[in-house]
Design a binder for this molecule. Structure first.
Ligand code: TYM
Length: 343
């Protein structure tokens, strides 16, 4: 930890504060579930957790307004179906808590264009685009605001968010050293298996909500037949050797990792057990079907009552705002904004 950094008083001691977010950019897939959501459901029982559907982040690339609204609600239902309990954790929509956008501006004035241009996701998503929205570049600053607003200690995410959390830490430390102790500096929490689930058809790239690869993506709501079809057609390698080698045999490594992440088996045990790809694929189908079964069942119950979901999101936003407003005020004061009505 930097010498100049001293943690500001904790407002939530003795409980650890956890924050994480998900974009409403498409159907939830097993990468989201195994890499993040499953951990969120575990964390809610021993930490003070805030989970957010980050709809403002959904504006950084082309979108259809009605579709964004539908997906925001659908993603919130997906979070509940993944086991989040609104009586135990706080679930809300980012745009319902205006402090996110306001703090993002203070952090935009802390970040540099150089460090934002260097973000891998910005480079990937902007590559080949004729015109790039400014929001695509400042995306990780809004993400940093999401996190530090809640005095967050720990951020459970998949591996693809590692660099963004690193930037969040840099911005929090920079702000604190310029303006005095204001933000808690968060730690990422990344699972040891399932942190980077790859596309079944293109195992060199991660499974993604927005990539058009219907056969490569196992969605949380897929039927057992769909799961079986996708896993059976998963691209493997020309070598028939059973080994876990993500560089040389990425397709096989992905299947092994999917099996390890959805059972309690280790990668070594899996490599030693299977004589060929066929029997491995059959067990991956079974394991994924089992791990997703309760999520699908809960989704079936929840989707019939969207007004109940809207109500709990409203309650979640009120609770989130009560925490976020205190942090925002602290940051505004530290950076030198004149409070209204005070001379
Ligand atoms: P998003 O919506 O892409 O993904 C949500 C969560 O799922 C994880 N994930 C994966 N894990 C393993 N394998 C995969 N193929 C895979 N694909 C996605 C992601 O790592 C993430 O944890 N920028 C974030 C949303 C965000 C956020 C935040 C996250 C906005 N503000 C603050 C944490 C804290 C994103 O686009 O996640």
């Amino acid at each position: 930890m930097d010498a100049q950094w001293r943690a500001p008083p904790s407002y939530h001691w003795p409980m650890t504060r956890v924050f994480s977010g998900i974009q409403p950019s498409g159907a939830l897939h097993v990468g989201n579930y195994l890499g993040a959501l499953r951990q969120w459901a575990v964390d809610q029982h021993d930490a003070d957790c805030f989970y957010c559907v980050v709809d403002l982040h959904g504006l950084t690339t082309d979108h259809e307004p009605a579709e964004l609204r539908r997906r925001t609600l659908e993603t919130a239902i997906g979070l509940l179906a993944s086991g989040l309990d609104p009586d135990v954790c706080t679930i809300f929509v980012q745009s319902h808590v205006h402090e996110h956008s306001e703090l993002a501006w203070l952090l935009e004035c802390t970040a540099t264009i150089g460090e934002l241009r260097r973000m891998t996701q910005f480079k990937d998503k902007s590559a080949g685009l004729e015109s790039v929205r400014a929001g695509l570049m400042t995306y990780p600053v809004l993400m940093a605001a999401d996190i530090v607003l809640y005095d967050t200690d720990r951020v459970p995410v998949g591996d693809d968010q590692r660099q963004h959390i690193e930037l969040t830490r840099d911005l929090a430390v920079r702000f604190n050293s310029r303006y005095g102790a204001t933000f808690v500096v968060p730690e990422p929490s990344i699972p040891t298996v399932g942190a980077r689930v790859m596309d079944l058809q293109h195992p060199e790239r991660k499974m993604s909500k927005s990539v058009d690869s219907p056969l490569g993506t196992v969605n949380v709501l897929d039927s057992p037949d769909e799961i079986a079809q996708k896993v059976r057609k998963a691209v493997t390698d020309t070598s028939a050797k059973m080994a876990y080698d993500p560089d040389a045999q990425p397709g096989l490594a992905n299947l092994i990792e999917l099996l390890a992440a959805s059972t309690s088996r280790t990668i070594d045990d899996i490599v030693a057990t299977y004589p060929n790809y066929g029997s491995l694929k059959a067990d991956v189908v079974e394991a994924l079907t089992e791990v997703l079964r309760p999520v699908k069942a809960r989704h079936e119950e929840l989707r019939g009552d969207p007004s109940a979901i809207a109500q709990l999101l409203e309650k979640g936003a009120a609770k989130a705002s009560s925490v976020a407003s205190v942090t925002l005020r602290r940051a505004q004061q530290a950076i030198g904004l004149l409070p209204p009505g005070v001379i």
